[in-house]
Structure formats: structure tokens, C-alpha cells
Design a binder for this molecule. Sequence first.
Ligand code: HMG
Ligand code: MG
Length: 301
Amino acid sequence: MPYPEEGLPHQVTIYEVGPRDGLQNESAIVPVEVKAEFIDRLADAGHKVIEATSFVHPKWVPQLADAGELLGRLHRRPGVRYPVLVPNERGLDRALDLGVDEIAVFASATETFAAKNLNRSLESQFEMFEPVVARALDNGIKVRAYVSMCFGDPWEGPTPIGQVVAVGERLLGLGCYQLSLGDTIGVGTPGHVTALIDAFRRPERLAVHFHDTYGQALANTLAALRAGVTTVDASTGGIGGCPYAESATGNLATEDLVWMLRGLGIETGLDLGKLVSTSTWLAELLGRPSPSRVVQALSKG
Ligand code: HMG
Ligand code: MG
């Protein structure tokens, strides 16, 4: 029996990042056929947007070096979007060759993470993104943008809200349709989330991307929904992290999110049972249990 809360959206779009943000952080390379089956199972569970992989430098993220082969193996379903991460023009060329129709660029809100993750400065990262976004839009490709380290950075401490807004507004100004606010290392808390979203003054253009390192992801998501956000990134089974931020752990688990939203009477179109069986299947292949509390509770039988 749902207990709706006044002021919350009736529908939330879950942007599934498990195959990309989840698998990019696995120490063992997951075989390409397992990745393809994972994505297929996610679509079968009702996901309408599944971030499939990354066209980054294969030496930087060897876990996703099979991006091209994976796209060739996808059983694309009508009505399901399969965006990919693209950092630069080389990545865009690779994606264009394969007929990709939706990409995401990813910026840093801090100087240190721009250097560690992109080999660029805070300023020069834009020189990399600008031609990517312009050429993608010319080719009719939808572009999403991420900004990482929105709440804090392991090297620089708390990130000033004004700095996040400056980076984010610049990305939206390039023509990105949506800005996903990344709490890469999971240090944000609900009041901080509200303050950041309010500082942007246009929640309808924002998504939130919480890593659950400090157990704050669900509370932060509720704060974001109350502030007017209706797109939430999550990874089935709660797998994930960023190889260039050691303190990053898994994303908010899709199952934990669906449980909360269902309780609030918010529509997601996802089949929780199918998500849980996908996560238990994947956990067995990865050799460790899913960190999701909902997966743990529901898979006990
Ligand atoms: P760089 O070394 O500065 O690259 O790396 P470069 O532009 O100097 O090029 C060097 C060589 O790499 C050239 O080859 C390029 O062609 C090649 P050469 O001419 O010397 O033979 N190259 C490429 N090859 C294949 N694909 C490419 C590519 N680009 C260059 N795309 C670069 C710069 C951006 C490439 C590198 O830093 C990189 O790949 N970084 C990606 C790191 C990453 O993927 N991190 C994880 C994703 S971000 C994340 O997880 C956070 C998020 O989840 C949100 C959150 O949680 O906050 C999104
Ligand atoms: Mg992430």
C-alpha cells in the first residue's frame, strides 16, 4: 500500500548506469557476452534508458575496452535508449562509426579530479567537450552532461556550490539536454543536495547521481525529488565506482530506489523481482554479494 507525499513527482525516470559505472570499476574484466546479457536483462525488467558503456581511452578504463564489440552485440529494443560516455572527439568518432544516437560527456567540478580523470585542467576540460557537443548536436545526437565531485573531492575537501553551478551551467549552455550532478565519493547530505539544486534554479534540467559510500544516497534522492528533480541515476545491484576516485563505491542501487519510490506511489515502470534476480545472477558471476539492502532482503526467499 503506497503512502504518497504531497509535492513529489508522480513519475520518476531511472537512468540505469550499472553496465557503465558499475562494470567500469570491476577489478576483473567481465566478458562481453555477460555485459550484453546484463543489458538485455535490464531492458527486460523495464528499463528505458541504460548507459551501456564508455568510449574512453582503453588504457584508462580497460574494463570497458570492448565498447565497440558490446554495441554490436546489443539486442536493441524499441523505446529503450542506450547512451554511452564520450570524453573527446576521438571517442565521438568511435561512437559515430557505430551509429550511437545518444552520448554523455563528463566534467569535473574540481581541479584535481579534472587532472586525474581527464588529464585536463578545470578550464581546459571545456576545450575537449565543446567540439564533442557541437559535432554531436550537428549529427542529431542527444547529449547529456555529468559533473563529478559536486559535494566534495578527496583531495580538495568540500566543493563550493558556486563552483559546481559555474561548471554545470557552462555544460548546459553548450546544448546538453540534462545535467547529472555526481556525488562521486558519496559525501553529500540532504541539506547540501537541496542547496545545490536550488542554486541551479532549474531542477527540470537536472538529474542526480549518488554513490552510496556513506549510506546517504536514498536520503539524498528524497531531498532531490522534493527539490523538483525527476531523473535519478542508479545501478542495478548497487555495483559501481570510479577507478580514478579510490573512495568511490557503488551507486545508489536501483532496487533500493524502486522500493522507496513504490512506497511513495511513484511510477517507475520497473519490475523489482526481475531486477533482483538480475542482481543475484550478476553477483554470482562477480563472486560477491550485491551491496543493495533490498536485493539482500528479497533474495533470501
Ligand atoms: P589523454 O592521454 O590526455 O589523451 O587522455 P590525448 O587526447 O592526449 O590522446 C592520447 C592518445 O590516446 C592518442 O593516441 C589518442 O588517439 C588516444 P595516439 O595519437 O597517441 O596514438 N585516445 C583515445 N583512444 C580511444 N578512445 C578515446 C581516446 N582519446 C584519446 N576516447 C582522456 C584523455 C580523456 C582520453 C583520458 O583521460 C580518459 O580516457 N579518461 C576517462 C576516465 C574515465 O573513463 N573515468 C570514469 C568515468 S567518469 C565517472 O565515472 C564519474 C561519473 O560516474 C559521475 C560521478 O560519479 O560523478 C560519470
Ligand atoms: Mg558515477
